[in-house]
Design a protein around this ligand. Structure first.
Ligand code: KIV
Ligand code: ZN
Length: 524
């Protein structure tokens, strides 16, 4: 390392991490989260040191409003932010949702590019400019921290972009976020754009510049880092790179690049990198979006060395093929191997290692399920235990409980499911046929507990390798226009996991009062 590098590493500049997993991330088709999931994710983001949590888009739905409101109440350290378009109603709704936040931010935006002005907004440039002034001023009347974004900034004429940025700062925006909305830019161009704005906008020194890059060309992280090199001091990103289309810049990649390559990037963040693995697993689990095996930093293979030459090198010295340790991102190489002989104490220690704390009461049911699993599987991995805990959380209010399941099927005949559920303490049984075993099971559930909700998504994911792997199943149900409810189930038996996932979604629906007890069951 040369002396200049040592010098710059001694005086690193702070880059703010703005996490938008709960807003832009949730906009990924099929990634919707329940309120409880969002609160859990927000608490983990807060714990890991995220500076600003974009908790939702308050006016978009009652669900988003509630999420911003609840997260505002619960989050201790991070600033909580709501997105708002440029209209008065949007901004006021964001302000209302943020009322209980210790530190609140309204993030207001409007499209500035010619293609968006013409086809999306049908507004002239001077009308957009007026909307910028109006929206920022209105937001500043509600909170003292306002961020403004020109949507599709990277395809906006530079002169007009400069005018808008200047007007937003003059109206009171403390942060100017430059989004590459369509993921079109490349690092040199994005560096030049941020530099141009900082040089040409007369009041640019009065605001923090932020970057928000989408990954359509796979350049989101590279562009974000180029933005920081050009003077931006806030990066907007998501856990696992979740987000619209190809996603947003991945938080874990940004944080670890800044950390590992401090010689090239003399900047720091407030993120405790050892919490990355936990956040990644949680987001993947609650959204049912599996993490790509070879995903940088958090993929299953990110620290795996299989070839002989690499393994040999690793055994001689880990730095031969490792630029950061798995521990630095929170993957523990624990000496606690869990199996059927493991006791309650070891199980509790393992849960703590994985970031879960349970009291004796909470541990009871979970330990019994761990023992059941350990009887079926030789070795219970960390991922198995995470799936078990998530499945336990997913049980919801448990008005419905799976008691017995028998499934038969094969080629040339319909599958048949015989199912017994406990409904409010009463056992009810039904038999149904279907195109396949899962279809037959879901029909049997509907037979026992008729409901209007429609199945929107059914997803199976193997938690580990091997034919004794646990299957983690997600079911999304939608009832009329009341939104999507997610249920999850995990078991070594895929069909049982599927049944549990469906029943967990129904339990959550009942917990939310989104479905009434069917008429046929009221007499039970
Ligand atoms: O990608 C985008 O332009 C956005 C804005 C709302 C900031 O998400
Ligand atoms: Zn975006």
């Amino acid at each position: 390392m040369n002396s200049t590098n040592t010098q710059t590493q001694k005086n690193p500049e702070r880059v703010l991490i703005f996490d938008t997993t709960l807003r832009d991330g949730e906009q990924s088709p099929g990634a919707s989260m329940t309120l409880e999931d969002k609160i859990q994710v927000a608490n983990v983001l807060d714990e890991m040191g995220v500076d600003i949590i974009e908790a939702g888009f308050a006016i978009a739905s009652n669900g988003d409003f509630e999420a911003v409101r609840e997260i505002s109440k619960q989050v201790r350290s991070a600033r909580v932010c709501s997105l708002a378009r440029a209209g008065a109603k949007d901004i006021d709704r964001a302000g209302e949702a943020l009322r209980d936040a210790r530190r609140a931010r309204i993030h207001t935006f409007i499209s500035t590019s010619p293609v968006h002005r013409k086809h999306k907004l049908q507004m002239e440039a001077d009308e957009v400019l007026e909307a910028v002034k109006f929206s920022v001023a209105r937001a500043r009347n509600l909170v003292d921290d306002v961020e403004w974004s020109p949507e599709d900034a990277t395809r906006t004429e530079h002169d007009f972009l400069c005018k808008c940025v200047e007007a937003a700062i003059a109206a009171g925006a403390g942060t100017i976020n430059i989004p590459d909305t369509v993921g079109y830019s490349e690092p040199k161009e994005f560096f030049a754009l941020i530099s141009m704005l900082r040089e040409r906008v007369p009041n640019s020194d009065k605001a923090v510049f932020s970057v928000h890059c989408h990954n359509d060309l796979g350049l989101a992280v590279a562009n974000s880092l180029a933005g920081v090199q050009a003077g931006a001091r806030q990066i907007e990103c998501t856990v696992n790179g979740l987000g619209e289309r190809a996603g947003n810049a991945a938080m874990e990649e940004i944080v670890m690049t800044l950390k590992v390559r401090g010689d090239r990037f003399p900047f720091t963040t407030g993120i405790d990198s050892e919490k990355i693995a936990k956040a990644s697993k949680l987001v993947s689990s609650v959204t049912s979006f599996p993490v790509q095996y070879n995903k940088a930093i958090v993929g299953r293979n990110a620290f795996a060395h299989e070839s002989g030459i690499h393994q040999d090198g690793m055994l001689k010295h880990h730095q031969t093929y490792e630029i950061m340790t798995p521990e630095s991102v929170g993957f523990t190489s624990s000496s606690l191997v869990m199996g059927k002989l493991s006791g309650r104490h070891a199980f509790r220690v393992k849960l703590e290692e994985l970031g879960y704390n349970f009291d004796d009461e909470g541990l009871k049911g979970l330990f019994a399920r761990f023992k059941e699993l350990a009887d079926k599987k030789k070795e219970v991995t960390d991922d198995d235990i995470v799936a078990l805990v998530e499945d336990h959380f997913a049980l919801g209010s448990e008005r419905l409980r799976v008691v017995k399941l028998y499934v038969a099927g094969g080629t040339g005949q319909p599958a048949r499911a015989e199912l017994t559920l406990e409904v409010d303490g009463v056992e009810c049984a039904a038999t149904a046929e279907g195109d396949g075993p899962v279809n037959a099971i879901f029909r049997a559930v509907r037979e026992i507990f008729p409901h209007d909700a429609r199945l929107r998504l059914y997803k199976v994911h193997a938690v580990t390798g091997g034919s004794d792997a646990q299957a983690e199943v997600s079911v999304h149900l939608e009832e009329r226009d009341k939104g999507v409810i997610i249920g999850r189930g995990a078991d070594t038996d895929t069909l049982l996991a599927s049944t549990r996932a469906y029943v967990s979604a129904l339990n959550r629906m009942l917990g939310k009062g989104q479905s009434t007890i069917p008429h046929s069951l009221r007499a039970l």
